[in-house]
Design a protein around this ligand. Structure first.
Ligand SMILES: [Zn+2]
Length: 239
């Protein structure tokens, strides 16, 4: 785990390195990352550093910094990887990595095999049943596994992810479990509605890209594949 109090990793895009150094951040050559060493109390007055802080350390944020946030089952196929041209999705996810300085926006950490992954920030309108894309951010594999709690359970990572959820938010194991159970109940409720639609207008507005012509077909095929996988893993557990 990275980011002990007193030495906080910062999400600094390469083109803002001078700004970070000028604001008093320390560049660590080995870890190839800027750190803030002089305590959280000093940060509130330091606007440039504040902008680079992972959410977990921001004085204006409160837990939960990350929590399970699962896509209703009927929309499983509507991930950007499935419905955009490959090169468009690559551009969008790499932009998220670059903007975060290849660090997790929530905890500032990185993964052992690859530093960060792209997470789609969905908002839910539970009255009109619309899933709206708000943005794409870089997360370390552990924080990302929290967001995709259902998949993490299906792939045997349940205990690890629960520990991470507790640690990140400063919770007891029971609090982490309660949060995960609540998220699962919400997911079941949302998945009980089949009339969900998905609004990815954000990618067009910000990146000027459109879904592929056969996006509906691809989303449906991806969704069916993921449902079959989930069923398999559930059957596997029962055996
Ligand atoms: Zn993280």
């Amino acid at each position: 785990m990275t980011g002990a109090q007193g030495s906080i990793p910062l999400c600094v895009p390469r083109d803002r390195a001078k700004q970070a150094a000028g604001a008093g951040a320390r560049w660590d050559r080995v870890q190839r990352c800027f750190f803030w060493d002089t305590g959280i109390a000093d940060i509130a007055e330091n606007a440039p550093v504040l902008a680079f802080l992972p959410f977990r350390f921001r004085p204006d944020r409160r837990p939960p910094y990350v929590r399970p946030w699962m896509v209703p089952q009927s929309l499983w196929g509507w991930n950007l990887r499935a419905v955009l041209h490959r090169e468009d999705w690559d551009r969008i996810r790499r932009d998220a990595y670059r903007r975060a300085g290849y660090r997790c926006r929530i905890c500032g950490g990185i993964g052992p095999a690859h530093p960060v992954e792209a997470d789609e920030g969905w908002a839910y309108d539970d009255t009109r049943f619309v899933q709206v894309l708000r943005g794409v951010i870089a997360l370390c594999p552990d924080c990302h596994a929290v967001r995709h709690w259902g998949r993490s359970m299906a792939t045997g990572k349940e205990q690890h992810v629960l520990r991470w959820l507790a640690w990140i938010n400063g919770w007891t194991p029971a609090q982490a479990r309660a949060c995960a159970d609540e998220a699962m109940a919400l997911w079941h409720w949302r998945s009980g509605h089949t009339g969900w639609t998905c609004d990815i207008g954000w990618v067009e507005k910000v990146f000027g890209v459109q879904p592929v012509a056969d996006a509906m077909v691809r989303a449906a095929a991806t969704q069916q594949g993921l449902v079959a996988l989930a069923r398999q893993s559930r059957d596997g557990e029962m055996r």
